[in-house]
Design a protein around this ligand. Structure first.
Ligand code: AP5
Length: 214
């Protein structure tokens, strides 16, 4: 099964995608995480993506499409995939349709996670991430055991540069302009679309996702 998690910044795509992948054995493909790892490793892709990410802009489509083709090419044939943060534009969605069709596959579910802006802004203001292992915490909702330190590996947690309030507002605008139109795009395909309210406890949202893929 190929599942797409669609929703605005901070709605919980990463949190829910990781849980869904763990529960179903699917591969979790989060383009934001891949780009942050590329930046950490100082690769050419990371250097090209850096400025766009820090400004809250989308990285150019062709870079992302090449990146996802590479990830898909490395996966065992037929493995289930949960996409998080991809596609984000109509050209990316069209490229994914083409890549999947070439492998005799298609998008099966589009899960649209929904929450009001004030919920998203509070979540992103409180988010702290581990620069070593990528674990995500929240000072309000899911704090680490020791303040400012990753439970898994003891690394000092960071506040993402693109989580400052002005950049968050811009990311929300970019979402509405470039990514929200994908709802209409997928309404015109055979994928089943399921809307899941995401302004609930993590477990409750996860139950909504599990029902959507059952
Ligand atoms: P990306 O990392 O994909 O950012 P995003 O889509 O803006 O999403 P976020 O990571 O901000 O939030 P999320 O929905 O995953 O929420 P999370 O689970 O962390 O992309 C970053 C940048 O990379 C983009 O701006 C762009 O530049 C570039 N990029 C990436 N993909 C691209 C693409 N396809 N095309 C072009 N450019 C691309 O949760 C947020 C917080 O809330 C956390 O602290 C979490 O602990 C907490 N939380 C989660 N769920 C709950 C809950 N139910 N209750 C309370 N707290 C919760």
């Amino acid at each position: 099964m190929v599942v797409i998690l669609l929703g605005p910044p901070g709605v919980g795509k990463g949190t829910q995608g990781a849980l869904l992948a763990e529960a179903t054995g699917a591969k979790h493909v989060a383009t934001g995480d891949v780009l942050r790892a590329a930046r950490r490793d100082g690769t050419a892709l990371g250097k090209r993506a850096q400025g766009y990410m820090d400004r809250g802009e989308l990285v150019p489509d062709q870079l992302i499409i090449d990146l996802v083709r590479e990830v898909l090419g490395d996966l065992p044939r037929g493995v289930d995939v949960v996409f998080d943060g991809f596609p984000r534009t109509v050209p990316q969605a069209e490229a994914l349709e083409g890549a999947l069709a070439g492998a005799g596959r298609r998008v099966d579910r589009v899960i649209v996670l929904e929450a009001d802006d004030e919920v998203l802004v509070k979540r992103m203001a409180g988010r702290r991430s581990c620069p070593t292992c990528g674990a995500v915490y929240n000072v309000h909702f899911n704090p680490p055991k020791q303040e400012g330190v990753c439970d898994r590996d003891g690394t000092a947690l960071v506040h993402r540069a693109d989580d400052d309030p002005a950049t968050v507002r811009h990311r929300l605008d970019v979402y509405r302009r470039d990514t929200a139109p994908l709802v209409r795009f997928y309404e015109g395909t055979s994928a089943r679309m399921v809307r899941v309210p995401a302004d609930r406890a993590v477990d409750e949202v996860q139950n909504g996702l599990r029902k959507a893929v059952a």
